[in-house]
Design a binder for this molecule. Structure first.
Ligand SMILES: *Cc1c(COP(=O)(O)O)cnc(C)c1O
Length: 378
């Protein structure tokens, strides 16, 4: 018999989600508006602080798309985007007809290199095409170098759109991911640190949050009939999903603590294995440790690669996954410009995401440890 599946990151309900969903049924707020949507937006804004305002949307990708629309990104424009990320960061750039300019990562946080980002900006300006926006990502929950990125972005007066889809609960010296850029996007997809089954949010000032609510409900003007002066989208979050979100907000800090505990457990387990390394938090950085990620360097492990470990896990029904394949290596973005130094390519070749769910139990951990010991027995 096959052992039960250990997932990379699976939904983990807190208990009160169903109560909020039941309230929606009882009051017949089964629609993309209602008290759960309002409540979830308030919970998120209070959590991120800094006076942010939130619009709850259908997905994180939708949040990024609306953000680009509101920042005025159009056909023919160029938008700087971190290459080392999930396609959800980059696809919305193409939805507005703009071209993504991909920028490589730096080795400390694995996120956008401020130096290469500035090189891309200077190059764009010299060609008469100043980038319209910059999309850094807090990958796997680790905050990007936001001080440096914001300083450069301000110098050239380019708005920053923070992809915080993986980083709810992460911060730098107490300033939450999602509160650095002009606009930020969150995701509540099923594999994220908290989930609404599927969902996202746009985080910004009051003006942009209001505009996002308007655009995400088909941009309906104030009139008794249906009147439209601009193109809208059907991107609002449903009151049912928002009910799940309200329950999840009650346990978010607990989920962050559990994920960080996973990371600490892996650090202990892997310490002393030559050629296996993890990413440390720079001074003042706090990662929600959404996923624990490692690098396996075959030159130092005696030839063992991340793929050997992944396949060994797979045999025991344990899910692990290579790191995101950089966007500049994706066939669909083959023609997009790229500013890089090989960092994200190396990360992709050597990197693996380990099972990181906040619901891992002792038995799961035992099976994971067993496999790791087997693979690295020498
Ligand atoms: C999950 C994710 C997204 C997209 O969010 P969805 O809610 O799945 O649309 C965007 N960027 C990153 C980095 C993500 O991990």
């Amino acid at each position: 018999m096959q052992p039960s599946k250990i997932w990379l990151s699976s939904p983990h309900m807190g208990g009160n989600e169903q109560q909020y969903v039941n309230e929606a049924f009882d009051t017949n707020w089964v629609a993309p508006l209602g008290p759960n949507v309002d409540g979830f937006e308030k919970d998120l804004a209070n959590y991120i602080k800094e006076d942010v305002h939130v619009a709850a949307l259908s997905t994180g990708t939708a949040a990024l798309h609306l953000a680009l629309v509101m920042l005025g990104c159009k056909f023919g424009d160029e938008v700087i985007c971190q290459s080392f990320t999930f396609c959800g960061s980059a696809n919305p750039v193409t939805y507005v007809g703009a071209t993504p300019i991909f920028v490589d990562s730096e080795p400390d946080t694995w996120n956008m290199s401020p130096q290469l980002m500035e090189a891309a900006i200077i190059d764009g300006i010299s060609k008469g095409k100043k980038p319209k926006a910059i999309i850094p990502v807090h990958l796997y929950g680790m905050p990007a170098k936001m001080d440096e990125i914001m300083t450069i972005a301000r110098k050239y007066e380019i708005p920053v759109l923070e992809d915080a889809a993986e980083a709810l609960g992460s911060h730098i010296n107490g300033k939450m991911c999602g509160s650095f850029g002009e606009i930020a996007a969150l995701s509540f997809n099923g594999n994220k640190i908290i989930t609404t089954s599927g969902g996202g949010a746009l985080v910004s000032n009051e003006h942009y949050a209001k505009e996002a609510r308007f655009l995400s409900t088909q941009a309906r003007d104030a009139a008794p009939h249906y009147q439209h002066s601009q193109i809208g989208y059907n991107y609002r979050m449903s009151n049912i999903c928002a009910g799940i979100g309200r329950g999840q907000m009650e346990v978010l800090n607990e989920r962050v603590a559990q994920r960080r505990k996973n990371y600490a457990w892996y650090v202990n387990l892997l310490s002393g294995i030559a050629g296996v390394s993890l990413v440390n938090e720079p001074e003042g950085y706090f990662s929600n440790r959404w996923l624990t990620t490692i690098l396996v360097n075959p030159l130092e492990t005696g030839g063992i690669s991340r793929e050997d470990l992944r396949l060994a896990f797979e045999q025991d029904n344990i899910e692990s996954r290579p790191l995101w394949k950089p966007m500049h290596l994706q066939p669909v973005f083959a023609d997009a410009p790229f500013y890089g130094d090989g960092t994200s390519e190396r990360l992709f070749e050597q990197g693996l995401c380990l099972p990181s769910g906040s619901n891992l139990n002792d038995e799961d951990r035992q099976r994971i440890a067993q496999k790791i010991k087997e693979v690295f027995k020498n």
